[in-house]
Design a protein around this ligand. Sequence first.
Ligand code: PLP
Length: 390
Amino acid sequence: MSFHPPVRTLMGPGPSDVNPRISEALARPTIGHLDPMFIQLMDETKALLQYAFRTKNELTLPVSAPGSAGMEACFVNLIDAGDTVIVCQNGVFGMRMKENVERIGAQAVMVEDAWGTAISIDKVEAAIATHPDAKALAFVHAETSTGVQSNAQTLCQLASENNMLSIVDTVTGLGGINVDVDGWGADAVYSGTQKCLSCVPGISPVTFSPRAQAAIKERKTPVQSWFLDMNLVMGYWGEGTQRSYHHTAPVNAIYALHESLTILKDEGLENSWARHTSNHTALKAGLEAMGLSLIVNEQDRLPQLNAVSIPDGVDEALVRKQLLEDYSLEIGAGLGQLAGKVWRIGLMGYSSRPENVRLCITSLEAALLGQGVELTPGAAITAVNASYAD
Ligand code: PLP
């Protein structure tokens, strides 16, 4: 029997709703991964990724695997056994960076901040002072587990001033907030397709600065992962028309990525960031009118990922179940330390639309009223509408 998934509204931590234009692109006829037409599409996709990342980096491409592979690609290409890497952790994904570093046989010097707070620049400066020989500084720009954004500009600057490479996770950032790879002077940056690009999951856009590219070319030991070795991948994704087979690209998924980046370019980066902010502001107004609050300080909040405190006495899993069953609406649970303490409401990419904000607020209100929470019915949607009218 064929599988027919339900139609959901996806307002969790990703994947986000896929724009129908992207689904339609995905269904176009498959062609060979070395077909001249596909090579042309690869070039266009690279150029669009350079636009999205705000970079001129030649080594910019979509890794044929999800965000975790983008993360791994950055670490295995730039870090060697015996190296020291300063790793910032203020949520789930910094921990995964540590895992990557240690599996390579390198040492991770951890800079830890409380979950729900931004990375402390003072602590990073102190770690750099005690480990001046570290090869790289790695951090998560947009922490999906908490809804926090950290100061990528300053962190990348600290890395380059101290002759370290910067490794930046912006899986949840790209398309939703400013990601300025060249402006920051970032060296290795990876993202995902299933968040603010609203594309199907399973691809990880990455970009490496000329400095990082040189470090990869000059490696004395082969990259431990054959599949993620950028020296080999570039034989397929590199400049010129003489492309050689490395692996079979996920041809249709690249059509989808190309379409999603075309949509982003048509809208314009600044307009996309503004849309994410406007919908976040409306959502926040509705949540606050219900007596709910976000756990992150206003200046460090990600507009595309809202971590909401669960009120005392509320069965948070039951609320999520009701939203899914009664409204076909998915919101996310808390992860790691925040499991059971927050809901994560995503407003990513195509999911970041006023009708979704309204659906989320009205259905959440109904679920909370059902659990006996005291609130004024209708106040939340009124606040949402007032926010959009401003
Ligand atoms: N980094 C961050 C910040 C993420 O949010 C995610 C996924 O949610 C990942 C890395 C891993 O991406 P994927 O699940 O596509 O492998």
